[in-house]
Design a protein around this ligand. Structure first.
Ligand SMILES: C[S@@+](CC[C@H](N)C(=O)[O-])C[C@H]1O[C@@H](n2cnc3c(N)ncnc32)[C@H](O)[C@@H]1O
Length: 195
């Protein structure tokens, strides 16, 4: 499988997933690499993306596990029942959408005690960002030597919200969420919906 700054964190994100669960939602699933991994432990995975080309590519990569449904839709407009999912993931897709409405919709989709995981992108703005980014450049070169060039096929967008802002707004919307800076220009949010 292609290596990139998103797949690099798949293993860490999967550690937040219960060993077995019923339904999972992958928001902005791209070519479906993470949805396929979720499928090995889920009853059913709904993987949504607004881009027709990546959904076609996800459906073309066989085999598509029988319990994965790739859905071409705008997540914000797609009807989703409240409390429908045990696990919701958004990998490098939240910054394509308005932050609060998208997070609120993800939290509504989760059942009580369900888990939300966001892999986000931080822009290089502060001195700390620049220091970490310098280390990331070195680490990235090393990973590229070991794993080949990083490759992303899905549509990308530049992040605009600083990590400080993400931390403040996530604390308001998702009380108790764990927000963590990651090396390769990524952060993670992990949140369990109160029971
Ligand atoms: C940078 S890609 C990440 C794809 C994938 N999650 C990954 O880790 O490789 C962001 C994806 O979010 C999708 N996206 C952006 N806005 C969306 C929306 N409103 N609803 C559904 N998908 C959206 C894009 O089409 C794109 O495939």
């Amino acid at each position: 499988m292609d290596w990139n700054h998103n797949t690099h964190y798949h293993a860490a994100l999967l550690r937040e997933v219960p060993p077995r669960y019923g339904r999972a939602l992958d928001v902005g699933c791209g070519d479906g690499a993470f949805a396929r991994k979720l499928a090995s432990r889920a009853g059913r995975v709904d993987a949504i993306d607004a881009d027709a080309a990546v959904i076609a590519s996800a459906r073309d990569q066989s085999p598509v596990p029988a319990n994965v449904l790739f859905i071409l839709a705008d997540f914000l407009a797609y009807p989703i029942d409240p409390d429908a999912y045990d696990f919701v993931a958004a990998l490098s897709s939240l910054h394509h959408m308005p932050f609060e409405p998208a997070l609120e919709k993800m939290t509504r989709a989760l059942r009580p005690r369900g888990v939300l995981v966001v892999l986000g992108i931080w822009p290089v703005v502060t001195t700390q960002d620049r220091i970490v980014s310098g280390a990331a450049v070195v680490a990235n070169r090393t990973y590229q030597l070991l794993r080949g060039p990083d490759r992303v096929t899905a549509p990308t967008a530049p992040p605009t919200m600083t990590l400080d802002d993400v931390q403040v707004r996530a604390a308001q919307l998702l009380p108790g969420a764990r927000v963590r800076r990651r090396l390769l220009w990524r952060y993670t949010i992990v949140w369990t919906k109160p029971g």
